[in-house]
Design a protein around this ligand. Structure first.
Ligand SMILES: *[C@@H]1O[C@H](CO)[C@@H](O)[C@H](O)[C@H]1NC(C)=O
Ligand SMILES: *[C@@H]1O[C@H](CO)[C@@H](O)[C@H](O)[C@H]1NC(C)=O
Ligand SMILES: *[C@@H]1O[C@H](CO)[C@@H](O)[C@H](O)[C@H]1NC(C)=O
Ligand SMILES: *[C@@H]1O[C@H](CO)[C@@H](O)[C@H](O)[C@H]1NC(C)=O
Ligand SMILES: *[C@@H]1O[C@H](CO)[C@@H](O)[C@H](O)[C@H]1NC(C)=O
Ligand SMILES: *[C@@H]1O[C@H](CO)[C@@H](O)[C@H](O)[C@H]1NC(C)=O
Ligand SMILES: [Zn+2]
Length: 440
């Protein structure tokens, strides 16, 4: 697995070298198009036996049932899927490419390390998070990313890179899912498509347990380094895997390494996905373990201790958070289980969608999740396609450079640090045009 985006960031500010090409994004006068359910997934037949609604009461735990799932037709796991396949090309044809900015395809090495040479991260024409920390798309067709829970005291719980497959031994799922059930805690899970088809019973369990399933690509690349068709392929196969295995069509995704710009956002948006980032990074992936690194667990402990202390001593009072954690290996899962009870003593811990009042994270309307304080809305909430702004409503200029008194401690942090967008407006949804047409 490729996890080092840490290193050599050569940030050369060159005002002249980059030309923004968002020429087509302001063309519409009638407002942005509605985001719609992906029709190109409508023929996928989900496995039977899946949960059909958000659970009420006790959720399933314990050993997973044996499940036969044919991976025939899927691309090779953890490899960049070919963009030439008929299925991917059908999606490519279905998208409106006049709505996708012509931003440059970035350069990344095999470990995902990006080159920023020639990109002006000050003017940041493409809202490229890796270069600037930008979370508010400059493309008027695409809403701001969900990057930090708006309300002080909220902790948006997320675990990336799952489901953790059997080769992790006793730490494989449902280890974390059982722990969460015991804690009566729901979480947002950002799934690798390859892992979903490798551990289908775990993905089904997560849905049945009330967690929120979102896309985290097929092979975990730096997405801005991919050509348009390859961006489509990464998202398509993951959407399909989640739908075929669990029956739901996610409306949310998180870019690996946070690497997203307005080109990638516009493609994801048209594929029915909104972008979810984070504002606090545990760096847990970098602890020793399968696919990990060499960061000492004590360092990660220190991050948690600092965040909890700042909340408890009253200095962390401006905004809630969205926290990057992983179900990557035994080290990250054991760290997650160690800290969750302590975090819950200091924060209101909720899955990320709950703190954004997103009750319907899938295109299927039979799943309605709790919002805000835990109330489940009557159903088919009209806010389902709207992402609340994580930006102060008082400004529409480039990202607010205001230093948070929380340190994000990230070596997956954007190249330009000190960009923390501090919401001031509470739950302020940004409605972009008409509410999505639900096709399924
Ligand atoms: C933008 O629109 C023009 C015509 O209005 C078209 O020629 C051009 O190809 C479009 N650009 C993109 C990136 O689609
Ligand atoms: C609150 O806790 C944070 C994190 O430990 C610390 O940096 C800060 O100095 C503390 N402030 C006060 C007023 O105690
Ligand atoms: C928030 O914390 C700051 C110190 O970091 C303090 O000055 C301010 O009074 C606090 N506000 C509230 C409402 O507690
Ligand atoms: C994770 O697995 C490795 C290799 O088996 C082992 O050395 C390490 O102690 C384990 N860590 C935890 C937290 O269980
Ligand atoms: C949650 O909020 C709703 C409306 O804001 C309120 O009616 C309800 O009593 C609250 N529930 C709890 C458990 O606080
Ligand atoms: C949402 O709407 C669909 C049909 O439009 C209906 O089948 C479903 O039961 C509704 N869900 C809720 C929770 O009301
Ligand atoms: Zn990841």
């Amino acid at each position: 697995m490729f996890y080092s985006i840490t290193s050599t960031i050569t940030l050369i500010l060159s005002a002249a070298a980059f030309v923004s090409a968002q020429t087509n994004t302001t063309a519409t006068s009638s407002g942005p198009p509605a985001q719609v359910s992906p029709v190109w997934l409508s023929t996928v037949v989900p496995l039977s036996g899946n949960a059909k609604a958000y659970p009420s009461g006790t959720v399933p735990t314990g050993p997973l049932a044996a499940l036969t799932f044919s991976t025939a037709g899927y691309p090779e796991g953890w490899k960049s899927p070919p963009a030439t396949s008929a299925e991917v090309q059908a999606v490519v044809k279905a998208l409106d490419w006049t709505l996708v900015p012509n931003s440059a395809v970035r350069k990344a090495d095999s470990k995902g390390d990006l080159t920023f040479t020639g990109y002006n991260s000050e003017t940041d024409p493409d809202c490229w998070w890796s270069a600037s920390g930008c979370v508010k798309s400059k493309n008027p067709l695409v809403p701001a990313d969900a990057s930090a829970c708006p309300k002080a005291g909220d902790w948006g719980l997320t675990y990336d890179d799952g489901p953790l497959t059997a080769d992790a031994g006793e730490w494989a799922e449902p280890h974390l899912y059982d722990f969460l059930a015991q804690q009566n805690q729901k979480a947002g899970l950002f799934y690798i498509g390859s892992n979903v088809i490798a551990a289908p019973a775990a993905a089904q369990r997560a849905l049945a347990d009330g967690h929120t399933l979102c896309v985290h690509t097929w092979s975990h690349p730096a997405m801005t380094s991919l050509a348009n068709d390859n961006v489509v392929a990464e998202l398509y196969w993951t959407l399909k895997a989640i739908k075929e295995v669990t029956g739901v069509t996610s409306k949310c995704w998180r870019p690996p390494y946070g690497d997203v710009d307005d080109r990638v956002r516009a493609i994801a948006w048209q594929m029915g996905l909104t972008t979810v980032l984070w504002d606090l990074d545990t760096d847990d992936w970098n602890m020793p373990g399968d696919g990990g690194g060499n960061l000492s667990p004590e360092t990660v402990d220190g991050y948690f201790e600092g965040w909890i202390a700042a909340r408890q001593n009253g200095t962390d009072n401006k905004t809630g958070h969205m926290v990057l954690q992983h179900e990557l290996n035994n080290a990250t899962v054991s760290m997650a289980e160690k800290w969750l009870p302590k975090v819950k003593e200091a924060f209101n811990v909720v899955p990320w969608n709950q703190c954004f009042d997103i009750s319907e994270p899938y295109w299927e309307t039979n799943f309605v999740y709790p919002i805000g304080n835990g109330t489940i809305p009557a159903g088919n909430a009209t806010t389902s396609s709207a992402i609340p702004s994580s930006m102060p409503s008082s400004t529409d200029s480039a990202p607010v450079s205001e230093k948070s008194d929380i340190t994000s401690n990230s070596d997956v942090s954007p190249a330009s640090s000190a960009v923390h967008n501090l919401p001031v407006s509470g739950y302020a949804p940004v409605f972009l045009g008409t509410i999505a047409i639900l096709l399924m």
